[in-house]
Design a protein around this ligand. Sequence first.
Ligand SMILES: Nc1ncnc2c1ncn2[C@@H]1O[C@H](COP(=O)(O)OP(=O)(O)O)[C@@H](O)[C@H]1O
Ligand SMILES: CC(=O)N[C@@H](CCC(=O)OP(=O)(O)O)C(=O)O
Length: 307
Amino acid sequence: MSGPQTPARKHTALPKARILIEALPWLTRHQGKTVVVKFGGNAMIDEDLKAAFAQDVVFLHHAGLKPVVVHGGGPQISAQLDKQGLVSEFKAGLRVTTPEAMDVVRMVLAGQVQRELVGLLNQHGPLAVGLTGEDAHTITATKHLPLIDGVPVDIGRVGEVTRIDTGAVKALLEDGRIPVISSIARAEDDGHVYNVNADTAAAALAAALGAETLMVLTDVEGLYEDWPHSDEVISRLTATQLEKLLPDLSSGMVPKMEGCLFAVRNGVNTARVIDGRVPHSILLEIFTDEGIGTMVVPDDRSVTEGK
Ligand SMILES: Nc1ncnc2c1ncn2[C@@H]1O[C@H](COP(=O)(O)OP(=O)(O)O)[C@@H](O)[C@H]1O
Ligand SMILES: CC(=O)N[C@@H](CCC(=O)OP(=O)(O)O)C(=O)O
């Protein structure tokens, strides 16, 4: 006669229980908190990663957090412009956006990328609702004239965020939904529609929503100390430390780190840049002891304080 089966079954399940219980302090800490997750176009290339991203966001929702997704789509916009015979040019890390290019930006972000993310999230239930910054005046912008060598340069329909109206996003959160926001803004003054860098839009939304965390997923491990010469990731830095590094940063990292700085200077507790190429990087970052990537904290947070 064989012995009782139950203890053996319990035993095999034990590691799973340990994993779940490791998440308990983080579940408690983040309960009811808003987390703005920026999903970048470069981290969005792989189908499995996109599906894992959707699972993570839905997990956050069911774990009692309030995720808000802001998405980019730079590579997807460039591919469509190319198909239409239009050139992609970047100045100061931002796309030079002619009126024709703006039509493409809007079509790709709101009509393709956002629809795809909403579809992936909604495979798990009626959760995600897509909107652009134009909807309900969520993002208002004015024409941005970046300084290049100290001179303001006209790069077309690129917007600088002047105002965020959180009404629609908060209403969706209160209704138990996951807002998915494309980084397009209505104009403050001239009736146009503006192309806003998605990192900048995510940071502005995180600050306006009083989010606990801004999490920026990208295609590198985090902020490299001496990029491109070394792959040493800076794991944690204060707002002032980041401010000192900003002039040395290049390309896509500039709006990301400027966004992180803006967020932690405007009430967000932590801003993180994490590797979107790692499956389930959001869960690893939020629910485990071993946070990955780069975390920016306000100056008044001690260096040893936990995540
Ligand atoms: N100090 C740095 N650390 C890490 N990446 C950097 C740094 N400086 C520049 N980069 C570049 O920034 C890129 C990320 O920005 P971007 O391409 O705009 O990504 P996303 O599409 O996710 O917004 C990296 O792939 C890397 O080439
Ligand atoms: C003004 C500006 O540059 N806007 C970006 C908006 C999309 C974006 O930011 O996408 P990623 O997050 O994938 O880079 C663009 O046109 O590419």
